[in-house]
Design a protein around this ligand. Structure first.
Ligand code: SF4
Ligand code: SF4
Length: 165
C-alpha cells in the first residue's frame, strides 16, 4: 500500500530531469528520480537507509525542472521528517547533528552565531579541531564574530506562534 506524500508523486513519469540537474547526485546512494519511483511503488522502507534525502541540499533545481510540477525537494524534506518521527536510524548522523544544531541556534535568537555553531557541531561529531585552522584565519580577518549576534526583536514570539499553528 503506497504511503501518502504531500506531493502527488504518482504524476512522475520517470523522465529523470530531476536527477540530471541535481548537484549532489554523484554522492547519493540513489538518484532522486529513482527515489520517487520507489515511493510511488509504496517502497518507502527501501528508501529509509539511503543517504539521498539527507544529502539533499534543498537547492530546488529538481523542483524547477520537473515537467509535472512535483516538488522533489519537498519530498526529500518529508522523507527526513518521517524518518525522524519514526525514530529510524539516520544514515548520515553528521547531517542530522548539523540540522539540529542550526535549528537550536535559530530558535534561540533567530540568527546564527557561526563560531558557537561550528564549535558545537565539531564537538558533536567528535572532531573538535577540524575547522581550527580556518576559524583562526577568519577570526584574524574579522570574518567570524566572537560575540553572539543580538536576538531578533519579537523572534521568540514568532517561534511560539509558529508552534501553535
Ligand atoms: S533539491 Fe536536493 S534532490 Fe533536488 S536537485 Fe537540489 S540537492 Fe538534488
Ligand atoms: S523530473 Fe519530475 S517527472 Fe521527471 S523523473 Fe523527476 S519527479 Fe519524475
Amino acid at each position: 500500500m503506497p504511503v501518502a506524500f504531500r506531493e502527488n508523486i504518482n504524476r512522475c513519469y520517470q523522465c529523470g530531469k530531476c536527477s540530471t540537474g541535481c548537484p549532489i547526485a554523484e554522492a547519493m546512494d540513489m538518484l532522486p528520480h529513482q527515489v520517487i519511483h520507489l515511493l510511488a511503488l509504496g517502497m518507502e522502507a527501501r528508501v529509509r537507509p539511503l543517504n539521498t534525502p539527507w544529502l539533499c541540499a534543498g537547492c530546488y533545481t529538481c523542483a524547477v525542472r520537473c515537467p509535472n510540477d512535483i516538488d522533489v525537494t519537498a519530498v526529500m524534506g518529508e522523507l527526513r521528517e518521517k524518518a525522524i518521527a519514526a525514530g529510524a536510524p539516520c544514515p548520515c548522523p553528521d547531517v542530522l547533528a548539523f540540522h539540529r544544531n542550526f535549528l537550536r541556534d535559530l530558535k534561540r535568537r533567530g540568527r546564527i552565531h557561526e563560531l558557537r555553531m561550528m564549535g558545537e557541531y565539531n564537538l558533536l561529531t567528535r572532531r573538535p579541531f577540524r575547522d581550527a585552522a580556518l576559524a583562526s584565519k577568519m577570526l584574524l580577518k574579522g570574518r567570524l564574530p566572537l560575540r553572539a549576534p543580538r536576538a531578533l526583536r519579537g523572534f521568540k514570539r514568532w517561534v511560539r506562534k509558529a508552534g501553535r499553528l
